[in-house]
Design a protein around this ligand. Sequence first.
Ligand code: SF4
Ligand code: SF4
Length: 139
Amino acid sequence: MNREEDLSLKESEALKEALEKISPLIEKYTGAVCPGCVKVCCAARHGRPEKEDILFFESIGYEWKSSPGADDAPCGFMGPRGCVLERWQRPFRCTWYFCEPLLAHIKSGKAREYRSLVKELGRLVGIRREFLENNGGSP
Ligand code: SF4
Ligand code: SF4
């Protein structure tokens, strides 16, 4: 492995770790709100990775699969208890999307937990931006 490949792998591992770290913070809220949702946002078109997601998956050696089905059909990765993929295996938009009811729930919760989520989201975005800037993607 040359120096550039080594650097790229370190950046993609940092991005994976950041996604793993933030996942329980987000799931604390989605676990409370999403089971009662009447219009679930997980359509097949949202489960399809973008160029930037693919850059990350390839750099970490993850063989991604597209969500099957028509655009508006339920995402093929939706299981009985939510998404079956690890968070880092999902398109980034799946982590970045907060619908209005979810946002309202987050904001009405404990201020300390809200601040912690905002801080980790900022950190995640920074790590992802650095990875994409150094690996040919658009942040
Ligand atoms: S994030 Fe919002 S729209 Fe998506 S499943 Fe949860 S409550 Fe529904
Ligand atoms: S969170 Fe999972 S089930 Fe929902 S759109 Fe993304 S990949 Fe599909």
